[in-house]
Ligand binder design. Structure first.
Ligand code: IPM
Ligand code: MG
Length: 368
């Protein structure tokens, strides 16, 4: 029996609670599909700072390096300790560091609105068409998140100048474009490339390179869209999208918007991969939402994003496609049988039952 080594980094806020449920579901899947998961937990984020003085403690990084995949919760508590230097805060020192350290340039964020959750979508029914099913492919190690210079200068007299730099090179755009087109080939064969080519140098290069890469994928229809229009089109006609290919920051923003359309940010999983999709590879898997400190520790968080992230891990890092699909269909069935955390609950929905984080995890684990 093959053993897969997983570094489980729950992090802050709701991270621990949702991680518990993902591990519960993974254990249920493990016994059913006969593989072995060696899951080792380690602190990250504020939990890392509290335990070892660093958002990404050395032991945690060492564990990630010898693991086959990282299952990540979430990090960052904006209210905590404003005196800690920004470079040492968890978002940069742990999450962005891990993305960069492991070269995880390809971030896949599948947004799917289950039919029974039509009420959880903020858009009118007629805009939902036959259902919303979008894959946001977000470039994750370039753009303004990492471009240099990145600094704040004191201009004196209480004035400062803050600089972030947006940089992309041809190879960086090429490799993420290939991921996008390959994903589109396996889906509905349409790729919408998002840019700001009417204003940004980066946008012009992005559009040129994506167009060129697209020639290798004649079966995929390529469309270009300015990011502002893309944000609007998501609201007006989300069903027009199949794969949305975005640079780092545009993908960050549009994936939250898409998640809301998909019912809740609490249901959006993500896979961050270092090589083109389809190959078995090392990856980091995390819910796309945040730490939600307002509901942390109250058994209120929706664990589905974390659970679906673990399914993506089984598929992309371990090639366990059947087990991954079993988790996804278990989530579907738990929803169909009326289990609702607060974020997807509506009192007017008949047959729906408001449940907590643990109960949702139990319901899913029971039908894997
Ligand atoms: C995300 C998050 C992160 C990002 C934050 C927590 C640094 O918003 O994964 O979408 O901006 O990438
Ligand atoms: Mg985000």
């Amino acid at each position: 029996m093959k053993t897969y080594n997983i570094a489980a980094l729950a992090g802050d806020g709701i991270g621990n609670e949702v991680m518990r449920e993902a591990i519960k579901v993974l254990r249920a899947t493990e016994s059913k599909f006969k593989f072995k998961l060696a899951i080792t937990e380690a602190p990250v984020g504020w939990a890392g700072i509290d335990a070892a003085g660093k958002a990404l403690p050395d032991v945690t990084l060492a564990l990630c390096k010898k693991s086959d995949a990282i299952l990540f919760g979430s990090v960052g508590l904006p209210e905590r300790d404003p005196t800690i230097p920004k470079e040492e805060r968890p978002e940069r020192a742990a999450l962005l560091r891990l993305r960069k350290e492991f070269g995880l340039f390809a971030n896949l964020r599948p947004v799917k609105l289950p039919k029974v959750l039509a009420h959880a979508c903020p858009l009118a029914k007629e805009r939902q068409g036959d259902g919303i099913d979008i894959l946001v492919v977000r470039e994750l190690t370039g753009g303004m998140y990492f471009g240099q210079p990145k600094k704040t200068e004191d201009l004196g007299g209480g004035n400062f100048r803050a600089t972030d730099t947006m940089v992309y090179t041809t190879p960086e755009i090429e490799r993420i474009a290939h991921v996008g087109f390959k994903a589109a080939e396996l889906r509905r064969k349409k790729l919408t490339s998002i840019d700001k080519a009417n204003v940004l140098e980066n946008g012009i290069l992005w559009r040129e390179v994506v167009t060129r890469v697209g020639k290798n994928y004649p079966g995929v229809t390529l469309e270009h869209m300015f990011v502002d229009n893309g944000a609007m089109q998501l609201m007006l006609k989300p069903t027009q999208f199949d794969v949305m290919l975005c640079e780092n920051m545009f993908g960050d923003i549009l994936s939250d918007e898409a998640a809301a359309i998909g019912g809740s940010l609490g249901m959006l999983p993500s896979a961050s991969l270092g090589t083109t999709s389809g190959e078995i590879t090392f990856g980091l898997y995390e819910p796309a939402g945040g730490t939600a400190p307002d509901i942390a520790g109250k058994n209120l968080a929706n664990p589905i994003a974390q659970i679906l992230s673990s399914a993506l891990m089984l598929r992309h890092s371990f090639g366990l496609n059947e087990a991954a699909a079993a988790i996804e269909s278990a989530v579907q069935r738990a929803i169909e049988s009326g289990h609702r955390t607060g974020d997807i609950f509506s009192a007017s929905e008949s047959g729906a039952r408001k449940v907590g984080t643990r109960e949702m995890g139990d319901a899913i684990a029971a039908v894997v």
